[in-house]
Design a protein around this ligand. Structure first.
Ligand code: SF4
Ligand code: SF4
Length: 279
């Protein structure tokens, strides 16, 4: 038996909303019983694309994070439901029974990822089903995955070591949303926005030039990393820890080194221009 999972590559996602539209096309106004009642035309986004902006000025990173039901192996929605109105199929997909769940508003309030929506008209909670009705007909992937033009969504069988999904997960650089919740989601992510420190290096004796190829070293509790400034004199250190303190050292041939202590007090820190003086 397959165990279905999804990998979201945030680095690839362009925020085109094709996945959101495909979900609407599949579910809005269309009941797929016994898996799901019809999604309302407005108000539900069983897959939503959250924009995330970090940084200031010219050192800004804009990401899009698609979020749907994470198909938790330890699902609070199952716990919250009465009469087995939410259940896990043998293939791992968590389903809200559209008949048994009628009137059980507590189900809609149970999901820490905000992935469940309340249908006022039908008086029932609803969410992403991984398009289980299509998988049951032999489809290889849900509509959202099929619609993504940049392979930001990879669907597959986690039990099959040869599936692309299994191989990407085995590569070891995936993570889950809010792992501290301990819900063991079957949805994993690559490229989730992480805190960063960025800046640019300029030379005091060359007002219209940036310092290309300057060595910038960041030291912190987790070690030391050295980068070289790019052709715009820019540098950026990713995957840092918000709230942590770091020391920064900049070296460039013919110039005095510069050292700075910095604290990453938010999700991103733009150090702006750091000027080097000839030695
Ligand atoms: S993400 Fe929310 S709706 Fe989906 S299985 Fe987990 S708790 Fe249930
Ligand atoms: S279709 Fe793909 S690229 Fe477009 S928003 Fe969805 S996940 Fe991102």
């Amino acid at each position: 038996m397959a165990k279905y999972g999804l990998l979201v590559n945030v680095d690839n996602c362009t925020g085109c909303y094709n996945c959101v539209i495909a979900c609407k096309d599949e579910h809005s106004g269309n009941a797929h019983l016994p898996i799901a009642a019809a999604q309302p035309v407005a108000g539900h986004t069983w897959v939503r694309v959250e924009p995330r902006e970090q940084g200031t000025g010219t050192k800004v990173r804009y990401s899009h994070v698609p979020i749907s039901c994470q198909q938790c192996e330890d699902a609070p929605c199952i716990e919250a439901a009465q009469d087995n109105a939410v259940y896990r199929r043998d293939d791992g997909i968590v389903v809200i029974d559209p008949v048994k769940a009628v009137g059980q508003k507590q189900i809609a309030e149970s999901c820490p990822y905000g992935a469940i929506y309340w249908n006022d008209e039908l008086n029932v909670a609803q969410k992403c089903t991984f398009c289980a009705h299509l998988l049951d007909q032999g489809w290889a992937e849900p509509r959202c995955v099929e619609s993504c033009p940049v392979n930001a969504l990879v669907f597959g069988d986690l039990e099959d070591p040869n599936s692309r999904l299994s191989q990407l997960v085995a590569a070891g650089n995936t993570e889950t949303l809010q792992p501290e919740l301990g819900l063991n989601p079957l949805v994993s992510y690559v490229g989730l926005p992480r805190p960063f420190i960025a800046g640019e290096v300029v030379c005091s004796d060359q007002p219209n030039e940036c310092a290309v190829g300057a060595r910038v070293t960041l030291s912190g509790l987790s070690g030391e990393t050295t980068l070289v400034t790019d052709s715009f004199g820019d540098f950026r250190f990713d995957n840092l820890d918000e709230g942590a303190s770091y020391s920064l050292r900049i070296e460039h041939d013919g110039y005095l080194p510069v050292e700075k202590s910095v604290t990453l007090s938010s999700a991103a820190l733009n150090l702006e221009a750091i000027e080097l003086t000839p030695s």
